[in-house]
Structures are given as C-alpha cells and as structure tokens.
Write a protein that binds this ligand. Structure first.
Ligand SMILES: NC(=O)C1=CN([C@@H]2O[C@H](COP(=O)(O)OP(=O)(O)OC[C@H]3O[C@@H](n4cnc5c(N)ncnc54)[C@H](O)[C@@H]3O)[C@@H](O)[C@H]2O)C=CC1
Ligand SMILES: O=C(O)C1=NCCCC1
Length: 356
C-alpha cells in the first residue's frame, strides 16, 4: 500500500469516526453500538499495517518454523486445527487476471484470516504488478476485522519460505548448486531465504533476457552466474526453483540431474505449465494441498502425474522424504500460509505499539 507520492504512510489506528462517519448521531451509534452494546463490549477498531512495517516485522527465522508446523496441521485435515477449502478464483477477463479469495480458520490458534490476491498476465516491460495482495485478519469470536495488511511482502516471503521447507526436507543434504528460473519478486524472496537457510557453493539465475538477469543479480549480495539458456543453468543443479509467469513448459526433465529437487512455484492455473511431462512423470511429486493441486496445477492435471504426498505428510512422518530420487514440490499457495504470518505480524505490531 502506497501513498500517491510513492511513500508508505505511517502505521495508524483508524479513528472510530473514520469507519462510522462524523455526525454526533453516527458517533453515538459507534459508542453504544447498533445492537446496544456498551463501549467496553465493542471491538477495537481495525489497524492497517503497511508494507514497510510488514517488512520490518516479518523475519524468515520466525516464519519458517511456524509455517512448517502449520503445513503439518493442514495435512492432518483436523477441522479443529485448520479449515481451508480450495480458494475461489474470480476471473478478471478484461484485465487478463484473476482475483483469488483465500479464507482460513485455525480454531485452536484462534486465527481467522483471508487474503485477496489478484494475479495478472503482464506484457513484458509493464510497470503494473503481476501479483497484488491484501491480507485481512479477523476476530473469530466477534467477526470484526482486527487488521488489514499489505499482502505483497507476506506473499513473497511465505511462498519462498515454503519452497525452502520443501528443499530442507527433499533435497540431497550435500546440495551445492541452486538455480533460479525467473528474476521477479518471487525470484528475489527465494534467493533471500535460500541463501539465509542453506550454504550453496554456486547460485545460477536464468531470465529470457540476459540484461534482466544481470540487472537482477546486481541487486543481490552474493556471487551469482547468469544465462539466458535454461538448459545451461539447470544441468548439474541440485535444487531448481521455477518462479516465472510462463504458460508453457520451460524446464525439461531431460536436463534435470537425477536426484535433484525442483520447487515449482509459477503456473498456478489449470492451463499453465512450467515443467514438462517427462519431469512430472519421472519425479516424485509433492504438493502443498492435494485438492489445490488437482484443481489448479496445469503441471499436475495436464501431465497426469501422480501426487505422492503433501509436504505436511512428510512433516507428520506419514509419508517419506525421498531425497535420493528426483523430486518436484508443486507449490500453489494456501490460505494457512498467509494466516500464520498475519498473526505473527499482528502480535508483533501490538507488542511494539503497546511499548511506545
Ligand atoms: N505458488 C505460490 O504460492 C505463488 C505463486 N506465484 C506465481 O509465481 C510466479 C512469479 O511471481 P512473481 O515473481 O510475483 O512475478 P513477477 O512478474 O515479479 O516475475 C515473473 C518472472 O517471470 C518472467 N516471465 C514472464 N513471462 C515469462 C514467460 N512467458 N516465460 C518465461 N519467463 C517469463 C519475468 O521476466 C519475471 O522474471 C507467477 O506465476 C505467480 O503467479 C506467486 C505468488 C505465490
Ligand atoms: O497463494 C498465492 O498467494 C498465489 N498463488 C498463485 C498465484 C498468485 C498468488
């Protein structure tokens, strides 16, 4: 969320009158409530937590263990732990996009949350965002909104954190070479968390345009090699992250080293692909959600590949982590992955505000 001059406003608490108008009759409605509730029994007004605050409050070292725990809870299908159905996709045909609605309830953790995320096909060079998200945290008892948060950083960091968890579980422990296909928002968050959590000897990046790859790499801290040939960066890589907006396969199984781990993050619609049939059929396929993958993943649906397990099944030790095989983690994103950082950010925000 940004102001018109591009800067982010300071975090603030909405004044009650902002939500309910200025007139004294409207204000008295706020103080006693339309249902006659006393002010003490009324909910706190919602807060807005802007992008810069999210960036400050959300750290991978807190997020990764919480997400790992949450993926395990999701895979138990225990409705007291998590209620989360496959998200609703509203087509925005005029703008070549979709709005995805991602509600999640975690009863035991008292977290009620939804994300609205819009995703678009963008022309090369477009300055508009490919993904734009807002996260809303509610009080499950009263149903009021507690916080509205910028969702772009949450989406970038939680997606990368889940890919890092898949790699921690499924890559060869001696993995040395990381390859990232794509140079956008997700490429950056994946680079950040993978280099924070693991010690790769070599990092390679691919983009269709070598200039874009070079400019992306200039923004990074460590040494990275670039190429505009997917085959060149993929051959010999131990871990391959695909974070593109492509709609046809770009990663071919014949280039992938046996035993490599692929975290496939793009192609989140049933008609989109990033990986070819050879890779999908030869690899052991893990997903975040079986239902989600069967409804939304072109790589799963169109290849006819069998899903071996959810990441949560591996975390719960219900299914093995087949590290010596070629593995694909097909990521689609789930509401619980947003609910967890939303609670974390809100709790930290409250602690920070009350200490001021
Ligand atoms: N699995 C999940 O939870 C999530 C998945 N995504 C998906 O991840 C992908 C990347 O997202 P962002 O980094 O936010 O997008 P972005 O627009 O910032 O980056 C996209 C990258 O793909 C490249 N690209 C675009 N069209 C291409 C094509 N036809 N072939 C090859 N490369 C192409 C761009 O040059 C850029 O490097 C998108 O497909 C998005 O929908 C995004 C958020 C969460
Ligand atoms: O889970 C998400 O967030 C997204 N998934 C698919 C692509 C857009 C964002």
């Amino acid at each position: 969320m940004k102001l018109q001059d591009g800067s982010a406003p300071a975090p603030r608490i909405f004044a009650s009158r902002t939500l309910s108008g200025n007139s004294s009759s409207e204000r008295s409605l706020v103080q006693t409530g339309s249902s006659g509730l006393s002010a003490a029994a009324m909910a706190e007004p919602p807060v807005i937590i802007w992008r810069e605050e999210v960036e400050e409050l959300l750290l991978y070292r807190d997020l990764v263990p919480l997400l790992e725990e949450a993926l395990g809870k999701f895979s138990t299908r225990d409705t007291e732990e998590v209620i989360q159905s496959v998200r609703t996709a509203v087509p925005l045909s005029k703008h070549s996009g979709f709005m995805l609605l991602m509600p999640t309830y975690m009863e035991k953790d008292a977290v009620l949350c939804t994300k609205f995320v819009c995703m678009y096909k963008r022309e090369e060079g477009s300055t508009l965002p490919a993904v734009n998200a807002t996260v809303v945290l509610l009080d499950p008892e009263r149903g009021n909104v507690k916080a509205v948060m910028d969702g772009e950083v949450i989406t970038a960091m939680r997606t990368a954190a889940v890919s890092a968890i898949s790699s921690k579980l499924l890559m060869d422990p001696g993995a040395e070479v990381l390859t990232i296909l794509g140079t956008g928002t997700q490429a950056l968050s994946h680079y950040n968390v993978f280099t924070e959590m693991f010690s790769f000897k070599e990092v390679r990046v691919w983009s269709r345009s070598i200039e874009r790859a070079e400019s992306f790499v200039r923004s990074l801290k460590g040494p990275v090699t670039v190429s505009s040939s997917v085959e060149e960066v993929v051959r010999g890589a131990d871990v391959i992250v695909t974070v593109t907006r492509c709609t046809e396969p770009i990663l071919m199984g014949r280039w992938v080293k046996p035993g490599a781990h692929v975290a496939a993050v793009g192609a989140c619609r049933p008609d989109r692909r990033e990986l070819d049939d050879t890779l999908m059929k030869e690899a052991v396929v893990y997903v975040d959600s079986r239902e989600g993958a069967m409804a939304e993943s072109g790589d799963v649906i169109l290849s006819g590949a069998e899903i071996f397990a959810e990441l949560g099944d591996v975390i719960n030790r219900v299914k093995p982590a087949l590290r010596n095989k070629t593995t694909v983690f097909k990521s689609l994103g789930m509401g619980i992955e947003d609910a967890v950082p939303a609670k974390l950010i809100f709790d930290k925000w409250k602690a920070k505000s009350s200490s001021l």
